[in-house]
Design a protein around this ligand. Sequence first.
Ligand code: EPU
Length: 441
Amino acid sequence: MSDSYIITGGKPLKGEVLLSGAKNVALKTIIAALMFKGDVILKNIPKINDVLDLIELIRSLGATANFKEKNTLVINGSKLKSNRVDLVNGSKIRVSFMLFAPLLYHFGECFVPNPGGCRIGARPIDRIIKGLIALGIKVEYDPETGYYHAKMVNKPKGTYHFEKPSHTGTELLMMIGLMTESKVEIDNIANEPEIDDLILYLNSAGAFISEEGKKITISKCNEIRQKDSFTIMSDRNELVTYATLAVASHGDVTIGPISKNLINSFLEIIKKTGAGVEEISNFKYRFFYKGEIIATDIETTPHPGFMTDWQPSWAILMLQAKGSSIIHERVFENRFLYVDELKKLGADIDFIEVNIENPELFYHFNFEKERLYKQTIKIHGVKELHNAILNIADLRAGAALACAALLAEGESAVNGASILERGYEDFVEKISKLGGVIKKV
Ligand code: EPU
């Protein structure tokens, strides 16, 4: 199977990138569509591997899902015939556990395997399962089969307070809330903009979801039925990938469409590096090299902070910065799988220890005292990068490695293209259009 890129680096990238729809909205709108009456039309759905795997998975459960135009997907969940998520299909894609909501809606009972997904940290769903139970769903886990068995004895109701916020957890409990006969409240939620887009989509089809600060309230609704098609928001992660690459390669790239509120924290910090940033219009931004890049530290946090999905791209930019910079990952454990690969290109990066007073509170994963964590790196720039053979371990790291190869002199091989393509649409075409030399083999 063709699963590698051959990349010849060293050229400044120039031109324009048209952003695709956000992966992390597409997946959830497709799953929620299974709770709607009638057909659901979703626009701007990226044709990426995660979406294609999810479509295969919901078809295996009896739903229909077909692309009408390149990015318009029509879904109908009325003929769901199975309440058991297949282990092989389910383990391909982490969000398969979100099928708890439509399967409980259709069958009142379901069997869902422990989720798979990116290799970034343990990624347990303990807080999410606690949330289901708090809303009245009976959930049992069978360690022998690796399956959760969930049963809706009564309609969901009540309040759940997330100990620490969870993005997909907030979304799943919100979908569970759609079945309430009274009211469901979820507190200490994640505030990611992808969640706001999901709320917009559900409310436009008859749901009653309100969000106030860190709290979401879902009130009883009669039915969820689309009046108009829904267009999902652009992918802010994709913007960051191309923007950092533009500046790091000493290039000049205009990117859009994107709403400013999705990328504010990124714009603020990239300006600190001395990069050129120009707002062409409300929805289009130009990123360009305008002289020495200044080493700039970041710390990842949930919205409105600097997002964890952006840090591998930040590392690529910092490889080209003068001086040393620090990246401190607070959201996921084990999200520096790209470091050893970057070293193969000649990058100079160390893991460092940072003393944190109250790590249980500071980190967003479930911190365990006795475990050894590697949450902080120090990048020493500017190093001339040379070609190498690189292996992709997870999605965002994959994009970072392909971008690093685009900065390195000579021809590199990047293995694991299908992992990168879980989240990036038309990667080869978009890079080629900017003048990057890349082919898939
Ligand atoms: N966590 C737990 N227990 C839980 C839930 C979360 O320990 O029950 C931990 C996680 O392991 C992590 C932290 O809490 O350390 C935050 O996790 P969260 O649940 O918020 O992340 P997620 O919902 O699994 C989504 C995105 C990620 C994105 C994060 C943060 C999707 C499909 N995934 O993950 O996107 O990084 O939120 O915003 O929406 C990506 O696109 O590459 C990606 C990883």
